[in-house]
Design a protein. Structure first.
Length: 54
């Protein structure tokens, strides 16, 4: 399951995901510890899902 599928599954469809809010969601997930950045190159950022926050 990729991060976008997981992001949509967590709120049980209450979040409408689109290109405009992807970066906002990623930033929020990073801040609360739900995801962790694993690598970055010129074009891609890779994240790992850490699970639900406490």
């Amino acid at each position: 399951m990729d991060i976008m599928e997981k992001a949509l599954a967590l709120p049980k469809g209450r979040v409408a995901e689109g290109a405009g809010n992807s970066y906002t969601l990623l930033d929020k997930f990073l801040k609360v510890g739900m995801i962790q950045k694993t690598s970055t190159d010129e074009r891609w950022k890779n994240y790992i899902f850490m699970g639900k926050r406490a």
